[in-house]
Design a protein around this ligand. Sequence first.
Ligand SMILES: [Zn+2]
Length: 325
Amino acid sequence: MNNILTLRKKIINNGGFINAHAHLDRANTAQCFTKEEKYKFLKEKWKLVDRIKKESSCDDYKNRIELALEQQKSFGVCSVLSFIDIDDVAFFKAIEAAIDVRSNKKDIDFKIACQTLKGVLDKTQNLLIEKYLPYVDIIGSLPGADANKERHLDQVMQWAKEYNKRLHVHVDQLNTSEEKETELLARKTIRWGLENRVTAVHSISLACHPKRYRKEVYKISRDAGLSFISCPSAWIDHPRREDLAPIHNSITPVDELIENNLIVAIGSDNIHDIYKPYCNGDMMFELRMLLEACKIYDEEQLVKIATTNGKKVLGIETRADVAQW
Ligand SMILES: [Zn+2]
């Protein structure tokens, strides 16, 4: 009996994979960057992508998103949420293209979140993003793009309330004990009364902290109804470091999240771009990496992570434990 084949069959029988986190507007652009650039650190790449954002026309964006969606379909994906750049480099080219593709795409469910790669506190970026908030399915956020992460979160949470939309936030991405962003996100969620409407993307650095701290964060996360998206291969290439932390794989501690009754979905994150030149967006590969790295052999749980949990964080399926939209 081939376990991978039976697992895939169960997922397809359950409607197919939900890719809950991607950046399709930059998919298949790896060839635009040199080998040296591909080896740069994450935050340097945040700036290097300006080149394709500047050079791409609305049609380029459209073609890229459509091609990436075709590839996703071939991997058995039925819904994808993609963050889409809106800032003073991409302006509205990427978001206009994404909206156009969304309205014409009938064979795969395509959802859009705003990417805030240049932050939300700068006045120009703030105005550009807010203009398109009525059209995004989910409000996206990257607190690390602003010097003041708390103020960044206050702004996106205010938007989530005002526009009555779910919020997905990149947090604890760097696998370092210097980060405590998941805790901050959970606390802010409660303060803003956004329980059950906020999702943490990554939360890898949680695993760098002692068990007592992790337990505390799981408790606050439960109180906040915080859900999680793990992108299993996204930071597995994390550069080796000399600082000491509890031993763990460079991945969201999904086994512990599940034990603590927290909802976890999966995403591909970047596909064939400067960040992940060899990531092809195959969600079965991502699920396999997750089950190996976190030792999760419970097939029922794995099917939930790949399908129904994805629907929950995307607001597709409503259950008692997820806010109605
Ligand atoms: Zn991302």
